[in-house]
Design a protein around this ligand. Structure first.
Ligand code: IPM
Ligand code: MG
Length: 351
């Protein structure tokens, strides 16, 4: 197995090594090759997704990704900004199905700003479409109108085939969970989303065992805060999924706990924590590596069919939380406050 490791920017460089250490401690026989992306990629070779990095990604069996984002490069033209690395990988590798679980660990109930009864026991999965929608739709531009005023525009668009394939992924995920799926759209206002609802409704007929519900995104954002446990699998488009998954992460206490998997048709995947590069705490051994370690577990499960090994990692994470180890983002009085590397050590000991 060849795993392409893309640490990226900021805390990415601190958290990915911990996940690699955990995989090694587990005895996973793999070759790890590192490639620069994001601001690092730009500095190394003038592009956020250097050709050599993309090539390595394509030749590997899975990608372990850290985080990208660097404020000092935000003034670059859009195509050179760090974010283009992850958007380019998603597009080039056709990683259309994004799994974003949000799980509340009993030990972290108090780290959430939400009331305990609202979130305790929460376990939901957002399936976000990742290669279409307004993120990639053409045309898009900032142009100047005849009167000299500038106008910016983007295009929200989905082809039936794009909706169908991600819907199947989500329904199949629902079949393996509690057989409930909520498709989130904005069919009351947008043509694209009316099509989304029609197509999801049609695909649903192939999964009679899954109970389907459709919800407008504004209501879904409200329901997610009001009563998140009503959800099991949430299926949604690229932009709504971006927003709802950040909201869902906060139910769990810290965005530093949430892993993700982005898969293509062949189950080739990119695995990354859903948080960003956190430049404010970068380089200080403060970042929480657990989301990346849990992303490595998802890699074993989805790309390498090593479910038992993935279970071990997840159990080890639960154990360190039960033992009271906490990074700053999830710290509480009486806990054992540790740094990034020490949290990695604790997981390895628990393994
Ligand atoms: C995410 C991020 C990305 C997105 C950014 C970094 C381009 O917010 O993975 O959710 O918007 O998809
Ligand atoms: Mg996001």
């Amino acid at each position: 197995m060849k795993i392409c490791v893309m640490p990226g920017d900021g805390i990415g460089k601190e958290i990915t090594p911990q996940a690699v250490r955990v995989l090694q401690a587990l005895g996973i026989k793999a070759e790890y090759e590192e490639a620069p992306v994001g601001g690092e990629g730009y500095r190394a070779s003038g592009h956020p997704l250097p050709e050599a990095s993309l090539k390595l990604a394509k030749e590997s069996d899975a990608i372990l990704f850290g985080a990208i984002g660097d404020f000092s490069l935000d003034t670059l033209p859009r195509e050179l900004r760090p974010e283009q690395a992850i958007l380019g990988l998603r597009r080039e590798l056709n990683l259309f199905a994004n799994f974003r679980p949000a799980l509340v660990y009993p030990e972290l109930v108090h780290a959430s700003t939400m009331k305990e009864e609202v979130i305790s026991g929460l376990d939901l999965l957002i399936v976000r479409e990742l290669t279409g929608d307004i993120y990639f739709g053409q045309p898009r531009a900032i142009h100047t109108l005849p009167n000299g005023e500038r106008e910016g525009y983007d295009t929200m668009r989905y082809k039936e085939s794009e909706i169908i394939r991600v819907a199947h992924v989500a329904f199949q995920a629902a079949q393996k969970r509690s057989k409930r799926l909520c498709s989130v759209d904005k069919a009351n206002v947008l043509e694209t989303m009316q099509l989304w609802r029609e197509v999801v409704t049609a695909v649903a007929k192939e999964y009679p065992d899954v109970k389907v519900e459709h919800m407008y995104v504004d209501n879904a954002s409200m329901q997610l805060l009001k009563n998140p446990k009503q959800f099991d699998v949430i299926l949604t488009g690229n932009m709504f999924g971006d927003i709802l998954s950040d909201a869902a992460s906060m139910l769990t206490g810290s965005i530093g706990m949430l892993p993700s998997a982005s898969l293509n048709e062949k189950n080739f995947g990119l695995y990354e924590p859903i948080h960003g590069s956190a430049p404010d705490i970068a380089g200080k051994n403060l970042a929480n590596p657990l989301a990346t370690i849990l992303s490595a577990a998802m890699m074993l499960r989805y790309s390498f069919a090593m479910g038992a090994e993935a279970d071990h990692i997840e159990a080890a994470v639960k154990k360190v939380l039960a033992q009271g180890y906490r990074t700053g983002d999830i710290n509480e009085p009486g806990a054992k406050l540790v740094g990034t590397k020490e949290m990695g050590d604790a997981v390895i000991v628990a393994l």
